[in-house]
Design a protein around this ligand. Structure first.
Ligand SMILES: Nc1ncnc2c1ncn2[C@@H]1O[C@H](COP(=O)(O)OP(=O)(O)OP(=O)(O)O)[C@@H](O)[C@H]1O
Ligand SMILES: Nc1ccn([C@@H]2O[C@H](COP(=O)(O)O)[C@@H](O)[C@H]2O)c(=O)n1
Length: 213
């Protein structure tokens, strides 16, 4: 079973994807980490995340980078959003994501284009959203908890800038797949959001089984 979870920054899709993976006993891939790794590597090399040559040079990275704490910073997120708008970067990362989705037994993947590009054949698709203010509050709390010094206004501005870039880029823009179930977590705590996500996935799988007995 393949479960695709998409949505904008800090909507809670990663939290939901991990909970779904635990519930259904599946491996989970946070695809945003791959773009963050490329973005962070460009920054560390002193490059420009909007320059194709700099971004492409950073696409081959050591997997140890995926555990780097700096990946969680807003700077890495903003750089990820810039490199991810470059079609050649997306192409360089696609095989790894599709191979993960094709694991025997299935997988859960979260990102921006899982239901539309990486696994359009997924058995269940969720599009997780929340208002920009709610998302900025969650991300700000998270960053402060990790010891980062950053204002709420800066986090909100970064989220709005990232939303604009991610939804308007020409290649694989962020949007719900036509057959995705929408889950607005703005007024849900984590437990309520996870319960709702499991119900939505169960319903999609049930519908599929009825259609293809
Ligand atoms: N429903 C919720 N209520 C309150 N806090 C939440 C909720 N869902 C997630 N969070 C918290 O919000 C923060 C962002 O959540 P999460 O990392 O799951 O979002 P994301 O969409 O995967 O973000 P990213 O864009 O970085 O991939 C985390 O600190 C998480 O614990
Ligand atoms: N499938 C994906 C996943 C991520 N991106 C881009 O990476 C940025 C960081 O992702 P997070 O999920 O960690 O916030 C994000 O803003 C996207 O620009 C992507 O394009 N496709």
């Amino acid at each position: 079973m393949i479960i695709a979870v998409d949505g904008p920054a800090a909507s809670g899709k990663g939290t939901i994807a991990r909970a779904l993976a635990a519930h259904y006993g599946l491996p989970c891939l946070d695809t945003g980490l791959l773009y963050r790794a490329v973005g962070l590597q460009v920054l560390r090399a002193g490059g420009d995340p909007e320059k194709e040559a700099d971004a492409l040079a950073a696409c081959a990275f050591d997997d140890a980078l995926l555990d780097d704490r700096e990946l969680k910073t807003e700077a890495a997120g903003a750089a990820a959003s810039k490199v991810s708008a470059i079609p050649a970067v997306r192409a360089a990362l696609i095989d790894r994501q599709r191979a993960f989705a094709a694991r025997p037994g299935g997988a859960v993947l979260d990102g921006r284009d899982i239901g539309t590009v990486i696994a359009p054949h997924a058995d269940a698709k969720l599009y997780v959203k929340a208002t920009p203010t709610v998302r900025a509050r969650r991300r700000h709390d998270e960053l402060v908890g990790l010891g980062h010094e950053i204002s709420f206004d800066k986090v909100l501005a970064d989220i709005r800038a990232r939303d604009l870039r991610d939804t308007t880029r020409a290649t694989a823009p962020l949007r719900p797949a036509d057959d995705a179930a929408l889950l607005d977590t703005s007024y849900m705590d984590i437990d309520a959001a996870v319960d709702r996500a499991i119900s939505l996935v169960d319903a999609q799988i049930g519908n599929r089984r009825q259609a293809n007995p």
